[in-house]
Each structure stands twice: as structure tokens, then as C-alpha cells.
Design a protein. Sequence first.
Length: 242
Amino acid sequence: MSRDPLAWLAELEGVSSALAATRDGIDVMLRDRGLRRTSPETTAESLARGAHASAVLEGSTSGLADLSEGRGDAVAQDALRLSAVLLGNAPLLGSAPLQALARLHAVAAATSLPEEQLGRPRDAASAALLRRVADLLLAPTEAPALLVAAVAHAEIATGEPFGSHNGMVARAVERLVLVARGVDSKSLVVPEAGHLALRPQYESNLRGYRDGGERGAHAWALYAAEAFAAGAEASPLRRGPA
């Protein structure tokens, strides 16, 4: 039997209970507010909010209105371009995650890097990291899907396997895991906005994940429960039109 790669983290104090509470809140929101009035436009609004938040976390100064009108600075345009193809990669993430990761990076970095670097790891160590992420996404696990999403995010964001846009790709993968694993099949939660709302904690916990061993991973998992809850609060189902 294959070893569960996330069992150790799910078993740390508070992790499973915090993520379960967040998942319950997401389920209630989607059930009570979404089932009878969800539309493709609502999903598009969620994706636009996510693109804006992810772009701001990468240094963009464009507003959400700019993105909604197809304007904005170069970083915002990269995020918009990525959001437009994101959901189409959900099936691939579950069957060929390395290919999905390469596609996401190639789209995000299309105007920033030479063609030969698009979707390709920076070096052998980066290639090994991407294989670890792919193995994580393919491995059987009893861990909550929210934890799988959070760890995939942190591995890419801190490992920086690509020549650019690692944070943007990491956040896109996180959202895509929620879609692919049935947490949020219509992509109405906005996890990127949750991270933006908690930006100091987001950035410090990523540093802790990178440098802090088990303690850092534990803190990241607990932070992720809070960030996903904030992402649910940022959903168009909660707030209405931006």
C-alpha cells in the first residue's frame, strides 16, 4: 500500500479540525447561496476577483475595475490570461499534473520569458520539485482536499521551480485543486483574495514553510484554514457585484 504523503501533517494538532470547520463553512455557503442562482457569470466574477488578488500579490497596482474591463498593467494581464484558461486544466491536473503545471506557467509567462523557458523548470532541482508536487497530486490520501491544495501552493511558491510567475502559478494550482477535488466545482470561492486579505500572514507563513521544517508546515496548514475561510467570504455569492 502506498504511503499517504500528507498523513503526518493532517495529524498535527488542530490541522484537521481547522480545515474541517472551513470546509463546512464553504459547503454551507455553496449549498445555501449558490445552488439555485449560480451562473457562468458568477464563476467569471470569482475568477476575475482571483486574478486581481493574485496580480496584486505579485506587485500589480491595477484595480479590479481595470481587470473587469480588460485593462491593467502587465502583471494584471498575465493573471487575467491565466484565469481564462484555468478551469479547462482541471481534468489534466488529476491525470497529468506535470503537464497541467507546464501549461499554467506557459500561459502566465507568455509575454515575459523566451518560448524555450515557458512551462519548463529552471534546473534539475526544480524539475525534481515539480515531480514531487505531481506525485502529491496523484497520491492516494485521506488528508482533506484543502490541505492538498495548500501544500501544493506552498511547494511551488517557495520552491520557485519556474523562471517567473511562481506565486501566480501556485495560487492558480491551489484554486484548481479545489475544483478538481470537488470542494468547489464551479470555482466560486476566491482563495487568492483570502491570501490578499491576510497578506502579512500569507507572506510570513510562506517563509515559515520554506525555512521552518515541521513547525513551519504546521503553521502554514493552520493559516490555510483561515485563508480559505476568507476566500469564501470574498466569493461573489457573499458580497455581490464588486
